[in-house]
Design a protein around this ligand. Structure first.
Ligand SMILES: [Zn+2]
Length: 399
């Protein structure tokens, strides 16, 4: 395999806390290196350090002083869908409140779509995310709500990522409006059997208007018995049992975490469950922001993700989420960038992504900026200038 040295990197974010910018500075979680180089060998990183001590390589790529960060890890998205909810967004921005019910609109459109149309939609939003620096993403079913349509969504998703989540329990299917218990039986029975082979994770929307704590526990427990690991949509629109349940079941993440009691914060701080915050949802529903500062100060691990979906958060931009988290959720730029990379990796229980260290996957992003801080400092500006995924430069201009 051939080697490439990406060199002359102004500031490199490694997320390796043992790295320090100079001998005299104290280490930080971002593990910054100034005037850095990264040696890529095939799909992996082989060496990281100062450009002045870099080993030889088959080819060199000049970063021209730009900053580099690990590729973003978007650990929460809903990309297998059809249709559009512009009218609903317009109505919300005219004052109407958001509720879980809007999901039904997308369910109808998704069921009616062909496999090819769904596949094309996934590909389109993945390319869009990749151009903005996302090199790993998780995505879910949840707009089919029949055994056939949920399994179909997962099959399509699994052609694009290994981080696939079965979300048959997104809302109670409209076909079971009068008998939610029968729908839970379907989700934990026949539908689970058909979906489990195509997924790594199981998820449930634990919320008023969707599934209560007992239903959520039954669904996640059934998934675990089939080898799927839990993650939960928890405490988004109101206080509820979701976060406690996530900690109890060792879910990889509790996602949203907008309405938390002190006991919820303690549960997250004292478990391996990552609090995944999705500020695009609060932005697009004009809701109160989740309090990242409170979680971080308590010792919880925080991830940032887009929640990209056509209803409540139609953005695929991790830099946008970083800017929101810094401006409105009490995060420092360093914390937000860690959460969008290493935090996302932890929410997927992965150690080979979200960092630039020897052995990790060679996923890195060069920014048209001297520092990673510009991602929050210059919101809305397309600073992502090159994206390397598995050692291959997928976007950007010639060096
Ligand atoms: Zn979601």
């Amino acid at each position: 395999m051939s080697t490439t040295l990406v060199t002359n990197i102004g500031t490199l974010v490694t997320n390796d806390p043992t790295q320090t910018p100079t001998q005299t500075q104290t280490p930080t979680p971002l593990g910054l290196i100034h005037n850095a180089a990264v040696l890529i060998d095939g799909p992996r990183i082989a060496w990281v350090g100062s450009a002045t001590t870099a080993p030889p390589a088959d080819t060199a790529h000049d970063a021209r002083g730009r900053a580099a960060i690990p590729g973003f890890v978007d650990s929460h998205s809903h990309l297998v869908f059809a249709g559009d909810r512009t009218q609903e967004f317009n109505a919300r921005m005219s004052g109407r409140a958001y509720s879980a019910g809007g999901i039904r609109t997308t369910v109808a459109a998704t069921r009616a779509a062909t496999d090819e149309a769904l596949e094309a939609n996934v590909t389109r939003y993945l390319r869009e995310a990749l151009r903005q620096g996302t090199t790993t993403f998780e995505t879910k079913s949840g707009y089919g709500l029949t055994t056939h349509d949920e399994a179909r969504a997962l099959r399509i998703a699994s052609r694009h990522t290994e981080e696939v989540t079965y979300l048959g329990a997104h809302i109670v299917s409209p076909d079971y409006a009068d008998d939610p218990a029968a729908y839970v039986e379907l989700v934990t029975g026949e539908m689970l059997d058909a979906c489990a082979p195509h997924a790594r994770w199981i998820d449930v929307f634990c919320e008023k208007g969707a599934f209560d704590g007992d239903q959520a526990r039954a669904i996640l427990t059934a998934g675990k018995a089939k080898g799927l690991h839990p993650r939960i949509h928890a405490n988004q629109l109101s206080y509820g049992p979701g976060v406690q349940l996530a900690a109890e079941l060792d879910a990889a993440s509790a996602d949203h975490c907008t309405h938390l009691t002190d006991a919820d914060v303690d549960a997250l701080a004292n478990s391996d469950t990552v609090a995944t915050l999705l500020p695009g949802a609060e932005f697009s529903t004009r809701a109160a922001w989740p309090d990242a500062r409170r979680l971080l100060d308590a010792g919880a691990t925080v991830a940032l993700s887009t929640d990209c979906n056509p209803g409540s958060s139609f953005t695929s931009s991790m830099p946008f989420c970083i800017a929101l988290a810094v401006r409105d959720m009490g995060m420092t730029p360093d914390e937000a960038i860690w959460s969008a990379t290493a935090g996302g990796a932890q929410a997927l229980r992965r150690t080979d992504i979200g960092r630039i260290t020897p052995g990790a996957r060679a996923d890195l992003v060069l920014l048209d900026a001297p520092s990673h801080v510009h991602l929050a400092y210059r919101p809305g500006v397309p600073l992502v200038s090159e994206v390397w995924q598995r050692g291959v430069r997928t976007t950007g201009h010639a060096g």
